[in-house]
Design a protein around this ligand. Sequence first.
Ligand SMILES: Cc1cc2nc3c(=O)[nH]c(=O)nc-3n(C[C@H](O)[C@H](O)[C@H](O)COP(=O)(O)OP(=O)(O)OC[C@H]3O[C@@H](n4cnc5c(N)ncnc54)[C@H](O)[C@@H]3O)c2cc1C
Length: 413
Amino acid sequence: MTATIPTRLRGSLDRALLNLPFYEPAHRTVADSIEGWCSRHQPFDGEPGPDDVDSEGRRILRSLAADGWFAPLNPPAGHREPGDYRTICLIREALAYADDLADLAYSIQALAATPILRHGTDEQRRRHLPAFADGTVVGSFAVSEEHAGSDVAAVALRADQTATGWLLNGHKAWIAHGTIADLHCVIARTGPGPGALGLSAFLVPATAPGIRVGERIRPIAPRAMAHLHFEDCHLPADALLGRQGAGFVIAMEVLDRFRLTVGAAALGFARRAVDAALGRARDRAIYGSRLLDLATVKASFADMEVQLNAAALLVTRAAWEIDRGNRRFARHSSIAKLHATETAQRVVDACVQIFGAAGLVQGSVPERLYRQIRSLRVYEGTSEVQRATIAESLNLDRATPASGESRRKDQRA
Ligand SMILES: Cc1cc2nc3c(=O)[nH]c(=O)nc-3n(C[C@H](O)[C@H](O)[C@H](O)COP(=O)(O)OP(=O)(O)OC[C@H]3O[C@@H](n4cnc5c(N)ncnc54)[C@H](O)[C@@H]3O)c2cc1C
């Protein structure tokens, strides 16, 4: 753990935004609680070495569970969402501000539980969700493969039906918490041909015979991440989650929901960068004055403020669209993710610039954020895929004007 914690100048969440009609009093309470939790748990801030990343990931996850942050993953029967998405966004934003691994622990646990929440039988929910909520089970959501990243319909891991259940053979790639998960939610091919329709979802315990953690991945921002191998991995019949053939829909439903929360995490990283840069600009003596007294430096903070406001409003709107039951929320999720992650990347880069050489020292807050923010433009749908999805939602060939058409469809929530 090398990084120092900067003085908190502005806080991880935008209080003025929380007072807009998008939010209810309960959201302001959550905001206070999660910020309180983060300050009580610092210093967990910093980055573990490659050998400590698993234990640190587990420790933070258990700590979140112990304080009830995963309780919504085990809701009463009939509830099919892991809480409301404005709340999930506030939690991710505050956690990302405080610590990359805390955001990862929270988001992957919620991501992995959501397919069970939405598609699990009563028995599957009873068996797994209490353990997700109390942190005794760590989950992963395993969709990607070496040749099936953006193109989810290309998933090739096979699941063949046997007399007693299923037999899995193939590989998964880039799985967050792959090294520490106790239960993987795996998308595999059960149908004969290629394409989206032949996929199904399975719940695979890490102890199942034939599953093996392969190469440990060392991403630029340390995480418990791995490729998984399945060699004659036998599963009982009740390992199937949801309908056979519904795997693509299950994966997309989860990703459509969590994509916008990636935007919230991006905001957290960016706000942390701005606070660190502001501290630096105030303290840095230059030309007999302070760095902050330079007009171009002030202008840089003004630009960042504008960009963060826009990103925060898009994330809030997307979360509100799901929470109010708009069935066409996915386009807002893509818009929010695209804008917030691209903005956060620019903001973090501007903060490194304000630090000068000091921002390029390994373990410094700007250097760490510079590495941590990068993957958000890749996972849960790359920026290019978001652009393609947004363009598709505009019905460009038919609608005139496109925005008017989209607006009318949004109103039919
Ligand atoms: C930190 C991290 C954590 C991850 N965690 C998980 C996890 O827990 N579970 C999981 O299943 N996966 C996970 N992934 C994998 C992630 O989902 C994929 O990396 C992502 O979907 C992109 O796939 P790819 O890397 O194969 O890139 P590719 O799909 O090969 O894309 C390569 C390039 O082509 C572009 N491209 C692709 N399609 C289009 C298009 N239609 N139009 C224009 N350009 C296009 C992309 O934007 C990109 O620039 C994680 C990845 C990272 C980096």
